[in-house]
Design a protein around this ligand. Structure first.
Ligand code: PEP
Ligand code: MG
Length: 327
């Protein structure tokens, strides 16, 4: 099908903002409905939903039983629903980030998945993509992206690498992408989640492989505070507003911007705490991606934070941002 252009039809007025407001999308079948929201694009489309909604089977099982094309076709069909609904606004698809226990729930998965005592810290994200045990499945994800962009003509589709622990991993994954015909260019961007402390500390080195970052404040908070995001006993300690998280974010924005890389956020923090969004805007973030039910409020909030910043700057009356945030 040819690419179509969606239109934002809304009686409400939302002033344009320098900080773009994107939305996180789960269920691809809701893309059409949410496309009418005044979001500037999709900042996080989680690929896992495509697997649990349409495919239901483990990719290695499908490869072994001779049906790899099912993966490509189903993924491409789900991704294109979203890219078409949002076109020409950008959509960032995040490659699969299932944990091994989640992969095991897909049909046939038991055979291929290790039993890990802490799978949030295990075989997930980038560590799978170059692994000889998973690489063929990753190549199917890449083929689906190529199909959507080249065959369906939806060039608004960009991609993101999750849970990338080392600079060497980033290099390996990007190399595989290039081999499979997905090279960074002016109209195809590769982003990386910034959700592991190493991503922040070594951002100056990660910069060379990507176009920008999206902060995964859920995992980042867990790993900076040493606080399991799924453990109720320590839930009161899990707080994205902790100064350690804020300093890390400030440092990332500075380091990314030095090399002209963009910074977004797609974790839950700005969907939950408007004051966190204010901190992000003041820190110079480029995009904030929130849940669909927070898009309108965030658009309004960002516009007023930006106006306040301009006013404060012009009058010299604004309070200086606390230096506490500096690394
Ligand atoms: C995050 O870690 O903040 C994030 C958006 O990724 P997920 O919640 O899917 O791990
Ligand atoms: Mg994450």
């Amino acid at each position: 099908k040819p690419a179509q252009t969606s239109q934002v039809v809304s009686a409400e007025y939302f002033p344009p903002t320098a900080t773009k407001v994107m939305m996180n999308l789960g269920d691809p079948d809701l893309a059409e409905k949410y496309a009418s929201l005044p979001a500037d694009g999709i900042g996080l489309m989680r690929e896992e939903f495509l697997w649990t909604t349409y495919i239901h089977q483990h990719p290695l099982y499908l490869i072994e039983t001779g049906h790899p094309e099912r993966v490509v076709n189903e993924l491409a069909s789900g991704i294109s629903k979203v890219a078409r609904a949002m076109n020409p606004r950008p959509v960032v698809l995040r490659f699969s980030d299932f944990k091994s226990s989640e992969y095991r729930n897909l049909k046939g998965g038991d055979k291929y998945e290790p039993h890990e005592s802490a799978d949030l810290l295990g075989w997930r994200g980038a560590s799978r993509y170059y692994d000889p045990k998973y690489i063929e499945a990753f190549k199917l994800e890449l083929a689906a992206v190529k199909k959507v962009r080249d065959e369906f003509g939806l060039k608004n589709l960009n991609v993101m690498i999750p849970f990338c622990r080392t600079v060497d991993e980033a290099r390996k994954v990007v190399e595989i992408m290039v081999e499979c015909g997905l090279k960074r260019s002016a109209d195809f961007k590769i982003f990386m989640m910034a959700e592991i402390p190493s991503n922040i500390i070594l951002a100056d080195q990660f910069n060379q492989f990507i176009d920008g970052y999206s902060i995964g404040s859920n995992d980042l908070t867990m790993l900076l505070l040493g606080c399991d995001r799924n453990n109720d006993t320590v839930a009161s300690l899990f707080d994205e507003r902790n100064l350690a998280v804020k300093r890390a974010i400030r440092h990332l924005i500075k380091t990314a911007h030095k090399d002209g890389k963009t910074v977004s956020i797609c974790g839950q923090a700005p969907s939950e705490y408007p004051e966190f969004t204010e901190f992000l805007v003041k820190s110079g973030i480029d995009y904030v991606s929130v849940n669909p039910d927070m898009v309108k409020a965030t658009k309004r909030n960002v516009a007023s934070y930006e106006q306040r910043i301009i006013l404060d700057h012009a009058t010299g009356l604004g309070k200086a941002d606390p230096e506490d945030y500096e690394w």
